[in-house]
Design a protein around this ligand. Structure first.
Ligand SMILES: [Fe+2]
Length: 150
């Protein structure tokens, strides 16, 4: 029914969602200034959504007789989303969010293809639903970035 590639991508996506939660949480706390307020509010809202993605991915792994990893299986990758030295550097966080969302979009597109190849429509459907959320986040943060373009 399923295959190794689906499991590997579900696990990678689960890890990415948790790293996103960690970095959105830190950035929403670290940023200062009037122009940061809207970005901080948006990050705070997205944390709940990304956490629910992780939960759904973990539950799907369980349904496939696998399990989501604990922290020992965790590998950090989101270099551009580290909280900036200068706490008013909102643009750096916006760029980091766009990198993370683009990464997530690539992962979910790969998962959709792998699930289709493995004849696993339930995982495919989950990946399509989460992909739609990530594309909506990306659109919102592209809008934020426009405010910083000349
Ligand atoms: Fe997500």
């Amino acid at each position: 029914m399923t295959n190794e590639r689906v499991i590997a991508l579900l696990t990678a996506a689960y890890n990415d969602e948790l790293e996103t939660v960690m970095n959105y949480l830190s950035n929403a706390i670290v940023l200062d200034g009037v122009s940061a307020e809207e970005v901080k509010d948006s990050l705070d809202q997205d944390i709940q959504e990304e956490l629910s993605h992780a939960r759904q991915l973990g539950q799907r792994l369980k349904q496939l007789d696998e399990r989501p990893p604990g922290s020992f299986g965790f590998e950090a990758r989101q270099e551009s989303l580290q909280p900036p030295e200068r706490t008013t550097d909102v643009l750096s966080v916006i760029e980091g969010v766009l990198d993370a969302e683009n990464d997530a979009i690539e992962t979910y597109r790969s998962l959709i293809r792998a699930a289709r190849d493995a004849d696993d429509p339930v995982t495919e459907d989950l990946a399509v639903t989460i992909l739609a959320d990530e594309e909506a986040h990306r659109t919102e943060f592209r809008g934020f970035r426009r405010e910083y373009e000349d």
